[in-house]
Design a protein around this ligand. Structure first.
Ligand SMILES: Cc1cc2nc3c(=O)[nH]c(=O)nc-3n(C[C@H](O)[C@H](O)[C@H](O)COP(=O)(O)OP(=O)(O)OC[C@H]3O[C@@H](n4cnc5c(N)ncnc54)[C@H](O)[C@@H]3O)c2cc1C
Length: 832
């Protein structure tokens, strides 16, 4: 018994030291105390001062070894220097372009999650949704007006392009220059405002939001604003802001998609003639495709690799990726015809050129910025990726929910609104969760960007998570609408999202790559508290300085790893009871604690994954993908708690928060459990199972009852439904397909009592409901319902018939007339 107590105390002491990242000398003291107690007969009720002999000396070895290692000089030569050499060999190799990507963004709350001890104060310090009066007025004024102007069917089917009146509207009101500063003629809106404006437009038309999003995302406007010369800023920015120039940005080519840095588009520094004078410039050959706004662009932003074979710039031959801004009517620039991406109407197409001469001042930022292109792109991408697709995917999820909850209450089968059937309810519950979680994470992330962060890891996870979750919501919406959603036409309000979601999944880093490579594999390097410091230290050409930096990072890393082992195990066996929750969290304190505990587990597994997979991290994508999912769940669930607080903890949202927290933690557990179960190193697999799941897997998904409560809340017009779908465009116009839903929903609810009476009369056989019979009139005559109830039911029947109707067309109306069979852009151009 005494031995057991001794061992437990020893384990407790070691865990306490590890969790507090205690210095080595304290460990040495603990080891010495343990040896002393063990050999002093204290455990057997007696006491004598130990006088070790023979093998007994071995008991003192750990204490002596730890004491010796506490001496910096000895520690350095015995441990740090060999580790320095070894780590050089196993750390993931970082290419130049990866290095620039790593250096580009900022680290924020993601680092808190990687640390295993998130500081909730930092999350709470991120502002909620704050807009200036001017931004709010723009959201309520021109943005609403634009939404009312959009006829989705007309855009994506009748015209198959963005109508001139919409281009004129967005140009005149400055939509294309939201990120351009006021000083340069733009609106100078915050990231939060841009995100909300884009979201509202997206809820009306994925095509129209694309033409607004692209000039406000990674591209000429942002690149010139940040890196342009003064002349470029003064000339181009006011023109871009007013829409006098339409920009596109060309990075992707036929052979360089995800691996864009391997582009074969090249420029050579040469002397040439420009405006009648000999000048230094670049001879360019390129071939790009998939370029959004390309067919309409007046300015082509172009990324290419620059070489200087004659060393005219004095910087050697391979200068690196460079970005130029070339007028689309510049001699030799070919703007191809249009691609047809997923039936979309926004302009998208190829462009190319061979031996096109451009003067140096067409380089963004001028000659001094040659070779800086990749860094410029990565810096802008880190922020832009956090705004554009998360905004549209969030509003898409909210719109899907708003339309589908209305429809599922209006549409009846088997005598019931389909939304009352459990199968449908289950899908609606998923949609509620997505709408709430996407918005929570969107708002927090946009607020981070608004205050100057460029969150590279968070933006990556937001991109793939919000688009994937929207894809699931769209599928749920389609399933719930049945045939009504499949038959396309002006009354179909789901098809544009269904057709366009693959675009969101693919652009700005296709999702599979973003999940498996960028979020965790690169994210771990960036957000881990020590790894990046170690990488930088071993890559430091000054070995002395590198070794010193490495020692500091390495010793910190060892203490961090030990702390993860002890911390994760401790919080897992105590069920997160002692984990950290912020003050005044009240009802959500438990979720904060569980997230903290989960973050401890994430830090442990992430640390071991990085340490043991090393350079293999990029190829072990089934592991890194799951780790990316685990990180995403931590981040997005934390944002859910933040949103609930920022919204003033509305009572109606409590169940939604609980559902999102339970499901988020469960998905976290499945993701991290999957990574552990499939971990390629056997001993680590066993160790991680013991440390992370010592008492089995603790989290269960939200119960069916909780799901049912949440789905019912979303189907009821009122505060909860409005909050769930806030910031999207909501029509109340009965002649608009979505406005018709809103109007009908209210009438359906108002007529529920009358409907019940009518149904009873039908069941009793008092009236019969078949085509050709006026059953409402018969019910009134039979006294089953009143005149007023009959009037209301007639109105509801007429509205419902319109809601459930699908469009039909003559063959001439639907035959495509814009395509010439057997042609593609290149052939057509060659023929011309
Ligand atoms: C409608 C549309 C608009 C676009 N607009 C623009 C634009 O304006 N400007 C521009 O420059 N580009 C644009 N793009 C290009 C877009 O960014 C690319 O399509 C995207 O980068 C993916 O390249 P890819 O299509 O060639 O796919 P590929 O690179 O061929 O990838 C195929 C699949 O492999 C996966 N994959 C690739 N590498 C890895 C890896 N290492 N690990 C794991 N998975 C991997 C990808 O995730 C993807 O699922 C647009 C594309 C579309 C479809």
């Amino acid at each position: 018994m005494a031995t057991l107590v001794f061992l437990l105390l020893l384990l407790g002491g070691a865990m306490a030291l590890a969790m507090r990242e205690a210095p080595l000398w304290l460990w040495s003291v603990l080891a010495a105390a343990a040896a002393f107690v063990w050999q002093s007969s204290l455990l057997h009720g007696g006491f004598h001062v130990p006088s070790p002999s023979g093998l007994q000396w071995l008991g003192w070895l750990p204490a002596v070894a730890l004491a010796v290692l506490s001496v910096p000089g000895i520690r350095r030569s015995l441990v740090v220097e060999p580790a320095f050499r070894m780590v050089k060999g196993i750390l993931p190799k970082v290419s130049d372009t990866e290095q620039q990507a790593l250096d580009a963004g900022t680290v924020g709350f993601d680092a808190e999650l990687f640390s295993g001890r998130p500081d909730w104060g930092k999350l709470r310090a991120v502002p909620g949704i704050v807009l200036t009066a001017e931004e709010q007025a723009f959201l309520d004024g021109p943005t609403e007006d634009l939404c009312r102007l959009i006829d989705d069917w007309h855009v994506r089917h009748n015209r198959k392009e963005i109508p001139a009146e919409i281009w004129d509207f967005v140009k005149t009101h400055g939509f294309l220059g939201m990120l351009i500063s006021k000083e340069h003629g733009g609106l100078g809106f915050s990231a939060q405002a841009q995100s909300l404006i884009l979201g509202k437009v997206a809820s009306r038309s994925p095509d129209v939001v694309t033409i607004v999003m692209v000039p406000n995302s990674l591209g000429p406007g942002e690149l010139i604003e940040k890196y342009g010369t003064e002349e470029q800023k003064h000339h181009f920015l006011p023109r871009l802001a007013k829409g006098l120039e339409v920009p596109c940005f060309s990075l992707t080519g036929p052979t360089s998609g995800s691996d864009a840095a391997t582009m074969r588009d090249i420029g050579q520094v040469v002397r040439g003639t420009w405006n009648g004078a000999e000048t230094l410039g670049i001879k360019l050959s390129w071939d790009k495709r998939y370029i959004t706004l390309g067919p309409n662009a007046t300015l082509v932003g172009l990324a290419f690799r620059l070489f200087d074979p004659d060393n005219l710039l004095g910087r050697g031959e391979d200068i690196g990726i460079t970005v130029a801004l070339i007028p689309s009517d510049h001699p030799g620039v070919n703007i191809g015809r249009r691609h047809l991406p997923s039936g979309a109407a926004f302009p998208n197409g190829p462009n190319w050129g061979t031996d096109v001469f451009i003067p140096m001042d067409m380089i963004i930022g001028g000659e001094k910025m040659v070779g800086q292109g990749w860094r410029m792109l990565m810096e802008c991408l880190a922020a832009g990726r956090a705004i554009s697709l998360p905004s549209s995917s969030t509003s898409g999820a909210k719109a899907m929910l708003r339309f589908t909850t209305a429809y599922s209450r209006i549409r009846k089968q088997f005598g019931l609104p389909v939304g009352r059937m459990e199968g449908i309810e289950e899908a609606i519950t998923r949609m509620v969760e997505t709408a709430y979680v996407n918005e929570a994470a969107r708002a927090a992330t946009a607020a981070m960007v608004s205050r100057g962060e460029k969150p590279s890891v968070i933006s990556a996870l937001m991109k793939y998570q919000t688009t994937e979750r929207l894809r699931r919501s769209i599928n749920d919406a389609m399933d719930i609408h049945g045939g009504r959603a499949i038959c396309d036409g002006p009354s179909n309000y789901l098809q544009s999202a269904y057709q366009m979601i693959p675009v969101g999944i693919t652009v700005e880093g296709a999702n599979i790559l973003t999940r498996t490579l960028i979020t965790f594999a690169q994210g771990a390097l960036r957000s881990h508290p020590y790894l990046y410091k170690e990488v930088q230290a071993v890559q430091n050409p000054d070995t002395r300085a590198g070794l010193a930096a490495f020692e500091q990072a390495f010793c910190g890393h060892i203490a961090f790893s030990a702390s993860n082992v002890a911390g994760a195990f401790f919080h897992n066996i105590t069920g997160g009871l002692f984990a950290s929750a912020p003050e005044n969290a009240n009802l959500t304190a438990e979720w904060y604690r569980q997230l903290w505990r989960a973050s401890r587990n994430f830090a442990l597994v992430a640390d071991l994954t990085v340490a043991l997979l090393g350079g293999g991290l990029k190829t072990k994508q089934k592991i890194t993908g799951r780790m990316a999912d685990a990180l995403s769940e931590l981040y997005m669930t934390a944002c859910v708690l933040k949103r609930y607080e920022d919204d003033g903890k509305p009572a109606g949202d409590r169940h939604i928060v609980e559902l999102a927290a339970r499901n988020g933690l469960h998905r976290f557990q499945e993701a991290i459990g999957g990574a552990i179960d499939n971990f390629p190193v056997a001993w680590a697999r066993v160790a991680m199972r013991v440390l992370v799941f010592p008492l089995g897997r603790p989290y269960k998904p939200a119960s069916d009852n909780l799901g049912a409560q949440v789905a019912r809340l979303a189907m009821e017009p009122g505060d909860v439904r409005d909050r769930l779908t806030r910031h999207i465009f909501v029509s109340h116009d009965v002649n608009d397909a979505t406005g018709l839903l809103e109007v009908t929903l209210k009438k359906v609810i108002a007529s529920e009592e009358a409907e019940k009476k009518l149904e009873r009369a039908i069941r009793l056989g008092t009236v019969r409901r078949y085509h050709g019979i006026d059953w409402i009139g018969d019910a009134v005559k039979a006294g089953a319902i009143t005149e007023a109830e009959g009037k209301l039911l007639r109105e509801v029947e007429e509205l419902t018939a319109r809601v459930i109707a699908v469009d039909h067309f003559s063959p001439d109306e639907v035959r495509p007339h814009y395509m010439t069979p057997g042609h593609n852009a290149r052939q057509a151009s060659a023929a011309e």
